[in-house]
Design a protein around this ligand. Structure first.
Ligand SMILES: [Zn+2]
Length: 93
């Protein structure tokens, strides 16, 4: 459940940013996995795909950085590092 909550929070933030920027969809999401978040990149990807279905992030590419620093203040978290958004203006040829 912990994992699901982390991924849900992340996608909620992505959706908020998407709406703020009036973006059509998310092209790429870069995330940082803390050493104590207990998710491998593969496992995170599974959860992400599940939770992102039907959102603006459904087709997003994932760029995942993992940390092995257990003393990092956010070692238990999954952090959103950057987003690449596609807006209507940029979608043209
Ligand atoms: Zn899981």
């Amino acid at each position: 459940m912990h994992e699901t909550a982390l991924v849900k929070n992340l996608i909620h933030r992505v959706e908020t940013l998407c709406a703020d920027e009036n973006a059509e969809r998310v092209v790429e999401v870069a995330v940082w996995l803390g050493a104590l978040c207990h998710m491998s990149p593969e496992h995170f990807t599974d959860h992400f795909r599940q939770e992102a279905a039907g959102t603006c992030a459904e087709q997003a590419q994932l760029r995942i950085e993992t940390s092995d620093d257990i003393n990092h203040p956010q070692a238990q978290d999954v952090l959103l590092q950057s987003l690449e958004l596609e807006t209507e203006d940029e979608a043209g040829p």
